[in-house]
Design a protein around this ligand. Structure first.
Ligand SMILES: N[C@@H](CCC(=O)N[C@@H](CS)C(=O)NCC(=O)O)C(=O)O
Length: 222
């Protein structure tokens, strides 16, 4: 199998969700870091007209794809032949999709806005900061509740699936989001969520993705 090309910006979490899936499934990949300016220009916009990362090119099938959820669905359907990270049975396959939709529409954008208003927005807007910090709590509360009410400790079925793994990279942003508001975040309030995140952080795939993201970010800010 030839390596897929995986495009990443020099920092954000979304491309590293794809790294985790590749590492778990043993899919070879070349990570290419594209600067923030170049993301909005040709030739990158020929790959992704939305000018964001991740995007992939898979020379084995010829497909070019963008949007992390679409990429992860593709990789799992195409390469997880042993069903290591997914189920194709009813209703589990729909529950996997449900949690992925929640990650890409619920966790990613709300955590992203919390980071934006707390760390990067040129004006301090306390009501916006509060709104998105509240949303981080809401999303984490949903996950904590679902994990507590299920028997296995995973979101779907009896094993760790891609639906679990895709939440870790945005979780890693929480410390930065709440850096100036430490009294507003306490993971101990979410014991099932804490157990779940910590168990995934022991996996080699996650360690590698976190290290890779930190190194790329550090290199970009040298
Ligand atoms: N919905 C997209 C979000 C992609 C996204 O926002 N990626 C960030 C990196 S984590 C990015 O490319 N940011 C560059 C920018 O906003 O210009 C996905 O899940 O792939």
């Amino acid at each position: 199998m030839r390596p897929i090309t995986l495009y990443s910006a020099p920092g954000g979490p979304n491309p590293f969700k794809v790294v985790i899936i590749c590492e778990e499934l043993g899919i070879p990949y070349d990570l290419k870091v594209v600067g923030y300016g170049a993301l909005k220009e040709k030739p990158f916009t020929d790959l992704n007209p939305n000018g964001r990362c991740p995007a992939i090119e898979d020379p084995n099938t010829g497909i070019v794809l963008w949007e992390s959820g679409a990429i992860i669905t593709y990789l799992v359907e195409q390469y997880d032949t042993e069903k290591k990270l997914h189920y194709d049975s009813f209703p589990e396959k729909h529950f996997l999709n449900q949690w992925m939709c929640f990650q890409i529409s619920g966790q990613g954008p709300y955590f992203g806005q919390a980071a934006w208003f707390n760390l990067f927005h040129p004006e301090k807007l306390p009501s916006a900061q509060q709104r998105y910090m509240d949303e981080v709590h809401r999303v984490v509360g949903v996950l904590d509740g679902a994990l507590a009410s299920g028997p296995s400790g995973w979101l779907v079925g009896e094993k760790c699936t891609y639906a679990d793994l895709i939440f870790v990279m945005w979780h890693e942003q929480i410390a930065r989001i709440f850096a100036a508001f430490q009294d507003k975040w306490d993971i101990e309030k979410y014991p099932e969520y804490k157990r779940w995140i910590e168990s995934m952080k022991n996996r080699q795939s996650i360690k590698k993705a976190v290290e890779m993201q930190q190194k790329i970010l550090a290199d970009a800010t040298k």
